[in-house]
Structures are given as structure tokens and as C-alpha cells.
Ligand binder design. Structure first.
Ligand SMILES: [Zn+2]
Ligand SMILES: [Zn+2]
Length: 132
């Protein structure tokens, strides 16, 4: 069981399943929306995900025609991305996931949009945009 919550604790979720993809996204939207050098996402099956509490606090922002970003309307924590291109999955903001659940090997995507003041120093794969 994977559990997570927002900063204020009103939004809580659970996933009865595994993390199936693990990515570090350097695109400018993720950087702004997460207030960070990059955003880390854990892909989980949509049917395995449920809100435990605070579903009524969730607000969404369509950052593109493909992506809806869910965040806590109280504290602003980025919770997940729902992508119309991958409708069977959700992309949890890893920073809201509790503990240290098993994750596949990560990779960096949208490194062409990387913050110029941030240097990637690990040896994970890097993709200019999304991986092929
Ligand atoms: Zn919150
Ligand atoms: Zn991104």
C-alpha cells in the first residue's frame, strides 16, 4: 500500500498497487508548479488509486490540453497529474508520497527545458523531451 498526503494533511490518498514508472521532469511547467528545480513523478494505475480524505479540497489546473494538475486547494501542494495521453494511469507527485516505496530506475525528461542553474549530476538516462 502506498500512502501520501498534502502539506496541510487535509488531502490523503492511498494506492493499492505499485509504482510502475519513475521520472524526473525538468519542463518549465513542472518547475513552476512544483516550485522546484524539477518534479518527480510516480506512475500508478488509476484504478488502484483513491482519495482517503480531502477529495473535496482538490482543485485542478489544466496545464495543457493533455494534462490536468490536481493540487490541494488549502495548502497548494501538487498532488498528481492526470494525463489524457495515458488515461489508465496517474502521476503522483513523489514529494507527497510517504516513506520510501520501491521505485523503478528513474530517468530525466524534458532536460532541454532544464533550469540553467541546476546541474544533473547522477548517471540516470536523460531525454530531451519524453522518453521514446
Ligand atoms: Zn493541503
Ligand atoms: Zn514536466
Amino acid at each position: 500500500m502506498i500512502n501520501g498526503n498534502c502539506e496541510c494533511g487535509r488531502v490523503r490518498y492511498g494506492v493499492d498497487g505499485e509504482i510502475t514508472d519513475f521520472s524526473h521532469c525538468h519542463c518549465s511547467q513542472c518547475r513552476r508548479l512544483h516550485g522546484a528545480a524539477y518534479a518527480t513523478f510516480a506512475e500508478v494505475a488509476k484504478e488502484r488509486f483513491r482519495y482517503v480524505s480531502g477529495a473535496d479540497r482538490i482543485r485542478t489546473y489544466a496545464s495543457s490540453e493533455f494534462n490536468d494538475r490536481a493540487f490541494c486547494g488549502e495548502c497548494g501542494s501538487a498532488i498528481l497529474v492526470a494525463s489524457h495521453r495515458h488515461p489508465d494511469y496517474l502521476y503522483l507527485s513523489m514529494s507527497t508520497v510517504s516513506g520510501n516505496p520501491p521505485c523503478p530506475r528513474g530517468y530525466h525528461q524534458y532536460v532541454d527545458s532544464k533550469a540553467p542553474w541546476h546541474e544533473i549530476t547522477d548517471d540516470l538516462e536523460q531525454y530531451a523531451a519524453e522518453p521514446p
